[in-house]
Each structure stands twice: as structure tokens, then as C-alpha cells.
Design a protein around this ligand. Sequence first.
Ligand SMILES: [Zn+2]
Length: 300
Amino acid sequence: MKIKAELKEISSGVYALIQHRGEWFVNNAGLIVGENFSIVVDSLANEKRARNFIQKIEEVTKKPIRFLINTHGHGDHVWTNHMFKAIAICHENCREDTMNAFPEIYSSLFPDFDFSGAKITPQEITFNEKMKIHCDDMAIELLHFATAHTTGDIAVYLPKKKIVFCGDLLFSKPCTPFAMFGSISGSIEALKKLYDLDADIYVPGHGNVAGKEEILESIEYFRFVQRGAKKTFEKGMDLYEAIKSVELDKYLNWFEAERIAGNLARAYSEITGQSFDVLEVTRLMFELAKKLNSGEQLQS
Ligand SMILES: [Zn+2]
């Protein structure tokens, strides 16, 4: 599949790289250009996409990339850190996630994805709650939200521009949110805090550039997942039965709607306090994807 990527200027000197429609491993990224240096938010899943991103950066600025901020440790956001030749910054838990991943396992699990050049490059600087980078007269705030999409998420907030790079704390409609590796209730809390920031433009980790309305949509989706988990739990179903009988309602036509399987697993574990088999849930999720793509009726 050819991935369309567009570097959009969302404010003077601030850009969002929007990749296609936010499929699995097809993430967005960012670029902030200052007088003396530029800052990149997130790398991409493979070298080809990273090269394309760097080419687009060079078309808009010749300033060296001094810092690379990683919003969290998932492969699509960190596996081409080495291509940007910059000091990489992230949350402490994001660095742990980065170091504990194995791109080669993903290549065998997802043979259709192109992970060429994916590499583990640990970040040089980590922090816990909050840090600031000063770019000319503009403060860039790195804010930690836990536990939400992962345990190491940060948002990159530019108060002066009223812009937030949200990483995967936000997937914008109709791109289906995903919190299998984090927390559903924590995601709702993080989204509420993002909503409360004095900002107008929210760049999601996947999907199109958004505003406050998409944050509310995302909260509503996670509440739908919570209600679905509660309903099936109260019927006495176990998680795996619940996934097989999932109802998507209006979210059926959202992109990558199968993410509901992972979300449901996380919501279930928040009700029962029990962990789940990630590999089995992932298998069921892609089984659901096949059903959805073939247009087969979901069992209700
Ligand atoms: Zn992610």
C-alpha cells in the first residue's frame, strides 16, 4: 500500500505530518521550526517513511533538527529515531517501552507491514512529570498523562500557538482510538485534561488534525467501550466471548474498527482486575478485522 503523507503548516513555523488515514503503524508526527534549530515530534515506523518525512522537512527549513520528542514508546513513533540525528527526549516509561520492544517479532506477527530499517534507539533525555524546551521566545511544554494510551504518554503543548501534539492520547474521528496497552478510564481522564488546555488545534497520533470536538468524540467512544464491557460482563460472558459478540453500533464504519477488541480487553480488565492474554486478544482483533473488511455481518 502506498502511504500518503502530507506536511501541513498549522501555524507559522509549526507543521503536522499527517500520514494517510491513521492505519496500524501509520502515525502522525510534527515539526517546530525556530530561528536556530528545529524540533521533530515522533519518528515513523520504517526508513522509507522517515526519509520521505525528512525530505519534506528539508523543503520547508534548513535549520538543523536539534531535538526529537517521542510522545510514547510504540514502534511507529520511535523506530526511526536514528534517522533524525537529534537528541531524543521522552518520558521515563516511554524509554523503557522503547528499549523493551523487538521490531523483528512484529515483522513476523505482521508480515504485511513494512518495518524495514526499524531500529531501537534509546532516548538521551527522560523526565517524569513535566519539562519545557525554549525555542526562541516560545515555551514548549511536555506534559505527562498516566496511564492512558501507555504508561509513558506525553503531549507537546505550545501555549503561545494554542497547539497540542497529542501522540496517541488522541485518535481523531473516524480513526478508532486504541488503549489496549494503557487504560480506558485513564484515557478518558487524559482527554478531559487535553480538552481543558487553552488550545484550538490538536494534532492526533493517528487521523486528521483535530479540535476540541474530536476530543469529545474520543471520550464518547471510550465510554461506549466501557458500557459494552459492563453489559457483557454482567451477562456472565468472559472476555473472549465478549470480543466475539461485540457490537460496534455507529463505530462500525470508523477506520480500524477492530481496535475495539483490544479496547474491550482493557475495559474488562479494569472491571475484573485481571490481566488478559495480549497475543490471544491481538489474534481475535485481526480476526475481527478480516470479518469487517469482508463486510461479513457481525454476530450480535
Ligand atoms: Zn501508540
